[in-house]
Design a protein around this ligand. Structure first.
Ligand SMILES: Cc1ncc(COP(=O)(O)O)c(C=O)c1O
Length: 401
């Protein structure tokens, strides 16, 4: 439960749970398969540096980030293991990336040329992983583009092609498409081999593929979700391999700042979208959508069932039915959100719950990566038989320490 901290809202992160998850995933991998711990997006919202340190302590061989700035932050914090930057660099970002010894993804000839030039300027080899586009539709060489670029690519000075990888678009949802992606990747690797190009580190598996296609773990897997105790969409707890016990390190808290009695027929919040059905008491929470609470990523429905669910939910909320509304949890039970979630305040109905007062901690659910970085992350870990609690500071300039 929420530790005694003075914040109005905070996220508690159990670093021992993350350590256990990293160790459990490590334990799953065959000898010789490396673990790249994905710590992008502020360690999936848990905090870049604390998570990275735990992952390194638990034997992760590489870290993965999207942006080169995150790689630099890891270096500045003293983290020395390889860090793979997933996204293409913007022209001008190469020098800093090479200087900090980051491993760069290369998905086009111009990117490779700029990296080679930077390596020359800095006087240091740029380590690169070739990104192959097999169906994600985002970044990387298509096989044709790689074929066309290969001769020029191979003679670029200062560039070490250490790895080759691709990223699955629907590893847990679309086995045919995933197999097709893998086949395209593997054919490309074979073709390179036949041309005498041996790239030592091949990697394709994210969390879902690591579980579903153990034979594709190759030399390395890139795992994010599992390290944070989250199962990829479509993977059920009972299908996990024996020994893979994951713990959820995350809990998100706020406190009641006010109790407001309301009467049947009153309305709550902006737009007067919610009419109160019976006399009750609202708890006002100092949290809203500007903090990331209640934000759902709008995704295009994947199929007819998805579309139907969305229509029912939308129609239900229009007619005031309790469909798809958020709930929060206190010690004595759950409470539904009433009315629209505001920018920084939200009301929940606690009329049926005993012992709720100003200051009562309330547990929230939320998309972790959407929860604003300035909401304090409070880290809890056992060190030398003591529970150690420390907190990430947000500086005045918005920087996080
Ligand atoms: C390139 C790349 N590899 C691996 C991952 C890890 O995915 P997951 O969190 O599903 O393990 C991500 C995150 O989406 C990614 O962008």
């Amino acid at each position: 439960m929420g530790q005694a901290v003075e914040f109005a809202s905070w996220v508690e992160v159990d670093l021992d749970a993350i350590a256990g998850n990293v160790a459990a995933v490590r334990g799953l991998l065959e000898h010789g398969v490396r673990l790249l711990a994905v710590v992008k997006a502020d360690g999936y919202g848990h905090g870049l540096l604390p998570v990275a340190r735990v992952a390194v302590d638990q034997g992760a061989e590489m870290l993965g980030v999207t942006h080169p700035g995150d790689g630099v932050a890891l270096r500045q914090a003293g983290i020395a293991i390889p860090v793979l930057v997933f996204r293409p660099l913007l022209p001008g970002e190469e020098d800093a990336a090479v200087k900090h010894g980051l491993t760069l993804s290369v998905g086009s000839l111009p990117q490779a040329e700029r990296l080679s030039a930077a390596a020359g300027r800095i006087g240091r080899t740029a380590v690169a992983h070739l990104k192959i586009e097999t169906g994600m539709g985002r970044t990387g060489f298509t096989p044709e583009a790689l074929r066309a670029a290969l001769d020029k690519l191979l003679i670029l000075p200062g560039l070490q092609l250490e790895g080759i990888y691709t990223h699955f678009a629907a590893a847990s949802g679309d086995p045919d498409f995933t197999r097709r992606q893998y086949r395209i990747f593997n054919d490309m690797v074979e073709e390179l081999r036949e041309r005498g190009v041996q790239i030592p580190l091949r990697h394709v598996c994210n969390s879902a593929a690591t579980l579903l296609y153990p034979e594709w773990r190759l030399e390395m897997v890139r795992v994010g979700n599992l390290l944070y105790g989250q199962l990829p969409a479509g993977i059920k707890e009972h299908t996990l391999p024996d020994g893979l016990r994951l713990k959820d390190p995350w809990s998100f808290w706020t406190r009641v700042v006010h109790l407001q009695p309301v009467r049947r027929g009153d309305t709550v919040g902006y737009g007067r979208t919610q009419r109160i059905a019976r006399d009750t008491v609202l708890a006002v929470l100092p949290i809203g959508y500007s903090d990331g609470f209640g934000l759902d990523v709008a995704a295009r429905p994947a199929d007819w069932v998805d579309l139907l669910k969305l229509l029912v939910k939308t129609a239900g909320s229009f007619f005031g039915l309790p469909l798809g509304i958020h709930h929060v949890t206190v010690d004595t039970g759950t409470a539904p959100v009433l009315g629209r979630i505001g920018m920084e305040l939200t009301c929940v109905d606690v009329g049926k719950l005993p012992a709720v007062s100003v200051g009562t901690p309330v547990r929230l659910s939320g998309r972790r990566t959407a929860i604003k970085a300035s909401i304090p992350r409070v880290y809890v870990e056992e060190k030398a038989d003591q529970t150690k609690i420390h907190c990430r500071n947000v500086l005045d300039n918005g920087e996080i320490r």
